[in-house]
Design a protein around this ligand. Structure first.
Ligand SMILES: CC(C)(COP(=O)(O)OP(=O)(O)OC[C@H]1O[C@@H](n2cnc3c(N)ncnc32)[C@H](O)[C@@H]1OP(=O)(O)O)[C@@H](O)C(=O)NCCC(=O)NCCS
Length: 141
């Protein structure tokens, strides 16, 4: 059986999908398509994506990973994360409380906030939803 999805680098034609997926999750639009990988369906439409931000500290940060709601539970998020790990090694991130079980399933562990680059933590600082979101710094080395 053919794969349900394949991974490829994001291209400009993906923008409307990526912008919509960010909007659905209450996230800002992606600043660029640099280090953005999409999971594409048989029609080559993105069904999920991951963006890796390289912090000033040199570490690779997942910021963010999103799977379209209708595609969740099919291994898209795991495939995007494992491809990023294969390329970058250690991954760090700030998990929304609701997504912690996903990162737990992938073997991530809670870490110190100081390990997370400020370009990633600034998304949380001053956010009025921080109590509801309950963000957690995590890493897998
Ligand atoms: C988090 C998210 C990316 C997971 O994507 P997904 O494509 O559904 O994940 P997968 O199907 O690859 O799941 C991988 C593993 O995580 C587990 N998992 C995923 N979501 C889970 C949840 N809510 N509770 C428990 N386990 C979960 C799966 O069971 C699976 O485990 P297995 O491989 O051992 O069976 C997706 O739910 C999402 O886009 N959420 C909204 C955006 C978000 O919060 N992103 C993360 C913050 S940056």
């Amino acid at each position: 059986m053919a794969d349900l999805f394949t991974l490829r680098a994001a291209v400009e034609a993906d923008r409307p999908y990526l912008d919509a997926y960010c909007w659905n999750e209450g996230m800002d639009n992606l600043p660029s398509l640099e280090r953005v990988t999409v999971a594409a369906n048989a029609d080559d439409e993105p069904v999920g994506f991951i963006r890796i931000a390289l912090g000033a500290n040199g570490a690779a940060h997942v910021n963010p990973v999103v799977t379209h709601a209708s595609w969740r539970g099919y291994g898209v998020g795991r495939a995007l994360m494992e491809a990023a790990a294969a390329e970058h090694g250690e991954l760090r991130l700030v998990a929304r409380g609701a997504s912690v079980p996903f990162y737990d399933a992938l073997g991530f562990e809670e870490c110190d906030w100081g390990l997370i680059d400020t370009s990633v933590t600034e998304n949380c600082e001053g956010c009025e939803l921080v109590d509801e979101c309950n963000p957690k710094p995590m890493r897998r080395g």
